[in-house]
Design a protein around this ligand. Structure first.
Ligand SMILES: [Zn+2]
Ligand SMILES: [Zn+2]
Length: 343
């Protein structure tokens, strides 16, 4: 592999502005890091929240992107167990301190000093990226880089949300609602169906195509987010960043059921009557991921097998991919592939 010194990247200069195409130096891996040639990078709703300034204090200028599938070019000092040439995935959780009270109790996802890929560390909207080797995952062989990319956030966070919903119930989860049928829901619907659950998919009001897509993927029922499902749900996962949906989900969930909000940001939740929460319903959020979620999910995904539906965009079309995500036009997930990886 010829070593390049310059790379193409899509860069956020300031919140609210579109990404700019820039040529940057290829980053140098620090001790503990690997340098990756980016083969594909997924586009996540969190990227929109960063671009829109809804998440505080991103690194600026910033290379976004936290669903990176890359090939290891070389390793910095003190990296063990990752050989050059191997294919790894880089998720949102990029580094944790290992010492704060959250880390010490085994909740690295809540680390007070955590660093996040494509937010406080440069991410994968580029030809190359560096990542702490301890936070990278091996990628299952059955997936192409573009197919694997959405597993790294949409898949992982969806998996964690499903695990937390199950843990919140005092009975087996049989009827699962998914609000917002995008990248995460289309992956978790397959896992849930394979495990014998009935999946109820909720989309934007007029999104007939999205509802048809959900049924094709294995949903037993699909309808608009304001509709009541034919049966009361045991649990609902919220992937759409719309506060009103918390209330819709609580209305659809049975006594003893759980509503889990999986997004990092959501519009304000309107006031609602206590009766919707009463009946021992649980309402909680999911924050970030633990590495064990990644390991467990990436083991499970090829067994199902979970199939990813992706729309591939060249790296320089990142702004287009982001607007398609914003407007809800995507079926499945958008993935950026650098021109250097297409050739
Ligand atoms: Zn910590
Ligand atoms: Zn994400």
């Amino acid at each position: 592999m010829t070593l390049q010194t310059r790379m193409q990247a899509m860069v956020l200069g300031r919140a609210g502005a579109p990404l700019e195409h820039r040529e940057l130096p290829v980053p140098e891996p620090a001790a503990g890091e690997v340098l990756l040639r980016v083969l594909a990078c997924g586009v996540c709703r969190t990227d929109l929240h960063i671009l829109d300034g809804e998440l505080e204090a991103p690194k600026l200028p910033l290379v976004p992107g936290h669903e990176i599938v890359g090939q290891v070019v070389r390793a910095g000092a003190r990296v063990e167990g990752i050989a050059p040439g191997s294919r790894v995935g880089v998720p949102w959780l990029g580094w944790t301190c290992g010492r704060c009270r959250y880390c010490l109790r085994g909740a690295e996802n809540l680390c007070s000093f955590a660093r996040f890929t494509g937010y406080t560390i440069d991410g994968g909207y580029a030809d190359y990226a560096c990542a702490d080797a301890r936070y990278c995952f091996p990628i299952p062989g059955r997936y192409t880089p573009a197919e694997a990319a959405p597993l790294l956030c949409a898949g992982l966070i969806g998996y964690r949300a499903l695990r937390i919903a199950r843990e919140a119930l005092a009975f087996p989860l049989r009827r699962l609602g998914l609000y917002g049928f995008g990248a995460a829901a289309h992956l978790i619907a397959q896992l849930a169906a394979a495990e014998g659950m009935d999946v109820y998919a909720f989309t934007r009001e007029q999104d007939i195509e999205g509802q048809a897509f959900a049924r094709r993927i294995g949903a037993k029922w699909a309808g608009p987010s304001g509709a009541r499902p034919p049966r009361e749900l045991d649990a609902a996962l919220l992937f759409a960043p719309v506060g009103r949906l918390v209330i819709e989900a609580l209305r659809s969930v049975d006594k003893g059921g759980a509503v889990v909000a999986a997004g990092i940001h959501m519009s304000e939740i309107p006031a609602f009557p206590y009766a919707l929460l009463w009946g021992e319903r649980t309402l909680r959020s999911v924050a970030n991921l633990e590495r064990r979620d990644g390991t467990a999910f990436l083991d499970r995904a090829p067994q199902v097998p979970i199939r990813t539906t992706v729309r591939v965009y060249p790296l320089h079309a990142a702004n287009e991919a982001l607007s398609a995500l914003r407007s809800g036009q995507l079926e499945g997930a958008a993935v950026l592939v650098p021109e250097s990886s297409v050739a």
